[in-house]
Write a protein that binds this ligand. Structure first.
Ligand code: RET
Length: 280
């Protein structure tokens, strides 16, 4: 039988306003600083790239440099979304979840924006390994699939089992990425002559990327062992390694324009022999 909702029901069911979430974030200095620190670091990384890569002339090197810059550009947008309360929500966890029935803060904007940042990381790593378009596009598709299914895992409130099923789907895409990095691109980097730098980047990437599903599982999205600010700082620290540290190492390597990276003046040109002229 239908019963009219009481005033308190309506108040409880009204979604938190963006302003209320914004205030919630800034009432928790640990949470707010985990966002703001990353905006600052992403900005510094962009300035670092601009300062160091100014003189780069080779088009393939430029493509790598621009891709590294896009990682931090996406990051600024991502953390601005979180800081402003736009990409955060309180959602009610389903039965079976350790916090079942409670409203928990989910930072779903993170999973959404990784969809746009992780492809650039993989494009750069694939190019440094000297891989081909097929493998680069495969890993890019896999990471997009991983992030979108990760987003679905975080936002599913109908069933605890379905949340973990999304997690399993997302993890299976992740396995393909790890395999490509550890096997295919490692072999290709040896052939290309970039094994030294590639192996360093690969270890930093694989180790830090494994941290993300671990945090998801331990944080409020999964077993809820960690508090929200801990999960948030965890992701922020992983971002520092997987994005800014990796970017700095890449830029320091490619600005010397070694033969292992460059591909000639007409690389990527869409017209025959046009690329050989200066492009500025
Ligand atoms: C999720 C949960 C579902 C299972 C898996 C995950 C993996 C996430 C990863 C994220 C990497 C993000 C990076 C961001 C940089 O901007 C979605 C947490 C496997 C690996 C590097």
């Amino acid at each position: 039988m239908f019963t009219a909702p009481s005033v308190t029901d309506i108040v409880l069911q009204t979604p938190e306003t963006q302003e209320a979430i914004f205030e919630f974030v800034f009432d928790d200095p640990l949470l707010a600083s985990s966002f703001v620190a990353n905006i600052a670091l992403a900005g510094l990384t962009i300035l670092f790239i601009l300062a160091l890569a100014r003189g780069v002339t080779d088009p393939r090197t430029k493509l790598i440099v621009v891709s590294t810059m896009l990682i931090s550009i996406v990051s600024i947008a991502s953390y601005t979304g979180l800081t402003s309360g736009l990409t955060l929500s309180f959602i009610e966890m389903p039965a079976g979840h350790p916090l079942a029935g409670e409203e928990v803060l989910t930072m779903w904007g993170r999973y959404l924006t990784w969809t746009f940042s992780t492809p650039f990381i993989l494009i750069v790593l694939g190019m440094i390994a000297g891989s081909n378009l097929t493998k680069i596009l495969t890993t890019v598709s896999m990471t997009i699939a991983m992030c979108v299914t990760g987003l679905a895992a975080a936002l599913t409130t109908s069933s605890y089992l379905m949340r973990w099923w999304w997690f399993v789907l997302s993890f299976s895409f992740f396995v393909v990425i790890v395999y490509t990095l550890m096997v295919d691109w490692t072999r290709e980097a040896e052939r290309t002559g970039t094994a030294d730098i590639f192996n360093t980047l690969k270890i930093l990437t694989v180790v830090s990327w494994f941290g993300y599903p671990i945090l998801w599982a331990l944080g409020v999205e999964g077993f809820a062992v960690l508090e929200v600010w801990m999960t948030s700082w965890g992701y922020s620290v992983l971002d520092i390694v997987s994005k800014y540290i990796v970017t700095v190492l890449i830029v320091l390597y490619v600005i010397e324009e070694p033969d292992t990276i460059t591909a000639g003046a007409d690389y990527g040109s869409t017209l025959k022999e046009v690329g050989v002229t200066a492009d500025d």
